[in-house]
Design a protein around this ligand. Structure first.
Ligand code: ZN
Length: 226
């Protein structure tokens, strides 16, 4: 999970649909804007180029009949069907951190080692602990046949992405004069890339080896106010 900057203005259809008895919060303008703002990635598993995206409500609206949340642009997120179904567990209700407000990389640690995903919360804050657990489950909750396949697909894609990333890091160190490897790494470490949180975490945890990449994975401190 990475920080997302959403277009501040709600798509036009939301206000109109909210006035209807059975309005649709997933109009074309909403879905297309979400796809753009979330870089065509599920905000939970970071799988890219979703073929079956869903408009996900960060804070649920149905079970508590909170209609205003259904059409609130700030409450709409872009997810894959698999992760959305796992998040429906009531224990996550109102407990998942808002990646448009909080930088998830500051509070969660994303690692992939020996073929296993491990998401840890850097604090004991309930919402951060549950968000870490939720993302972990998006890769490893195999309590149904469909989820076995969906999780395996995500782990396989993550594994491929990390393999390519490690090879590029190796070449970057081996051929420091070749600008193309630096450019490739810049793209791979951008928040818009698939599984960006894992790659960015890897560089941050090996900064002594990749000092020159620091600016790509750690936001510079804001200037002090005058
Ligand atoms: Zn997902």
């Amino acid at each position: 999970m990475v920080k997302i900057t959403k277009n501040p203005g709600p798509p036009a259809s939301l206000a109109a649909e909210a006035l209807k008895a059975n309005g649709d919060y997933a109009g074309e303008d909403v879905v297309l804007q979400l796809r753009q703002d979330f870089h065509d990635k599920c905000y939970l598993c970071e799988l890219k180029d979703l073929s079956d995206p869903e408009v996900e409500h960060l804070r649920p609206h149905y079970n508590r009949k909170r209609k205003e949340l259904a059409f609130d642009w700030n409450n709409l997120f872009y997810s894959c069907r698999h992760c959305n179904s796992i998040k429906k567990n009531p224990k996550y209700d109102d407990k998942v951190i808002d990646c448009c407000l909080t930088d998830p990389e500051l509070v969660l640690e994303h690692t992939f080692e020996n073929g296993h995903v491990k998401i840890l919360s850097r604090s004991k804050c309930e919402s951060e602990v549950l968000t870490a657990e939720l993302i972990q489950n998006c890769f490893e909750l195999t309590n149904t046949g469909i989820r076995v396949v969906a999780c395996q697909y995500r782990v396989d894609q993550l594994s491929k992405t990390m393999g390519t990333f490690y090879r590029t890091l190796y070449r970057y160190k081996a051929f420091p004069d070749q600008v193309r490897y630096r450019r490739s790494l810049e793209a791979m470490l951008d928040r818009s890339s698939p599984f960006a949180a894992f790659k960015r975490e890897y560089v941050r945890s090996h900064l002594s080896d990749y000092t020159e990449l620091k600016e790509l994975v750690i936001d510079s401190d804001p200037l002090p106010e005058q």
